[in-house]
Design a binder for this molecule. Structure first.
Ligand SMILES: CC(C)(COP(=O)(O)OP(=O)(O)OC[C@H]1O[C@@H](n2cnc3c(N)ncnc32)[C@H](O)[C@@H]1OP(=O)(O)O)[C@@H](O)C(=O)NCCC(=O)NCCS
Length: 173
């Protein structure tokens, strides 16, 4: 397997909705969450916004075709990861882990102090995976207003709130 990680370019953007749709097929195996496989994904314009801010990375195959991506946004000293996706047929080969590692390393050089995200508590490749790479679940007062708003918005979209959580990982230079 030859996969490398690089910053995403504008010419990658139109390929990324299909990557996310493919990745979401993982949820077909999850009781109560199979509908996510057919749910809306980030569109090309949204990807272009993250790319313009320089906070979007792709994992590409030997032909430079995206097989995974990570889209993030800066909020003060924190980097919020909005989406991490790896194509179904490329999952379980360490690509998600590499995308996260690369992102956090670059965030450290940019002086950021933490990375945050929201995810499912009980899906093996969500919170348990992020916990393995240094993210901790936030509970109660640890959830700041920004993350609380994201969790509330997700409930409005129909995601089961009791299964969602916010996580943070400190970034050390
Ligand atoms: C989450 C995702 C990006 C991880 O990418 P990946 O390349 O498959 O992950 P990796 O190969 O780096 O595996 C990292 C860890 O994820 C977990 N994991 C990945 N796939 C898994 C699966 N099918 N079943 C159980 N655990 C799995 C394991 O804990 C694994 O660690 P290990 O190698 O020590 O066992 C990918 O599974 C995906 O796109 N899933 C669908 C979309 C999604 O849930 N995105 C995250 C939204 S918060």
């Amino acid at each position: 397997m030859q996969v490398s990680i690089r910053l995403t370019t504008t010419t990658d953007a139109h390929l990324l909705p299909d990557v996310e749709r493919s990745s979401a097929r993982a949820f077909l195996t999850q009781p109560g969450l199979a509908w996510i496989a057919a749910d809306r994904v980030l569109d090309e314009a949204q990807h272009l916004g993250f790319i313009a801010a320089g906070l979007h990375w792709v994992a590409v195959d030997a032909g430079d075709k995206p097989v995974g991506f990570l889209a993030a946004e800066r909020f003060g000293p924190e980097l919020h990861i909005w989406e991490l996706s790896v194509r179904e047929e490329w999952q379980g080969r360490g690509i998600g882990r590499r995308l996260l590692a690369e992102t956090c390393a670059l965030a450290a050089t940019a002086g950021l102090r933490a990375a945050t995200l929201t995810t499912f508590r009980d899906v093996p490749w969500n919170a348990p995976f992020y916990a393995k790479v240094g993210f901790a679940i936030l509970e109660g007062d640890e959830i700041d207003e920004r993350l609380a708003k994201i969790l509330a918005y997700e409930r409005e979209l129909g995601l089961p709130g009791e299964r969602r959580c916010a996580m943070r990982r400190l970034i050390t230079p």
